[in-house]
Design a protein around this ligand. Sequence first.
Ligand SMILES: Cc1cc2nc3c(=O)[nH]c(=O)nc-3n(C[C@H](O)[C@H](O)[C@H](O)COP(=O)(O)O)c2cc1C
Length: 196
Amino acid sequence: MTGRLVVGITGASGAIYADRFVRRAANHYNRIHLIVTDQAVEVFSTELCRDVSKANLSVQSLFGQNVQNVELVQQNQFFTPPASGSYACDGMVIVPCSMGTLGRIANGISNDLMTRAADVALKESRKLILVPRESPLNLIMVRNMAAVIEAGATLIPAMPAWYHRPSNLDELADTVVARIFQHLDLPREFAPEWMV
Ligand SMILES: Cc1cc2nc3c(=O)[nH]c(=O)nc-3n(C[C@H](O)[C@H](O)[C@H](O)COP(=O)(O)O)c2cc1C
């Protein structure tokens, strides 16, 4: 374990998952490289009612407070550690992951830092966890999902579970965040395992 993680946030619906994941993950890594797409900023602002825009984008504006160990890197900045396989890290999580970004990863179109870092995770046989959200799915999307799984990625769809009877939206969202934690080998005490 290197204590380093790359995290991407795209413009799929589900900013709550990113918000809750990053805050918690920051307690477990020394360095989180955070890549946020332009469209993710818009969705974050809309869904979480945050005062965040491309003009004022920062960890503070995204999360409403500073989050330790999280460094924002520009989506179009390749001169940064996540762009290279020579930089050791524990992998990458994209939460939520749009079908656009998933399709670019599936087809090797690494035209920005998000897709390049995902490419790097796959070529270096590191964890690449994608949390897609779309409904309904077309055949192209399903084929792209199959392609990234075949290439070594793990797909954790943003499909919250109800069997723990969540009492609010945060608890519901945490059923997805907990599955990401589980696949990063992190403790998931905030959302208990079934029947434990
Ligand atoms: C409010 C809103 C919700 C969206 N939700 C989704 C979604 O759930 N899944 C998805 O794949 N795209 C969704 N989109 C479309 C993406 O934002 C769009 O495809 C964008 O190009 C993705 O770019 P990115 O992958 O660079 O973030 C949504 C767009 C908006 C404005």
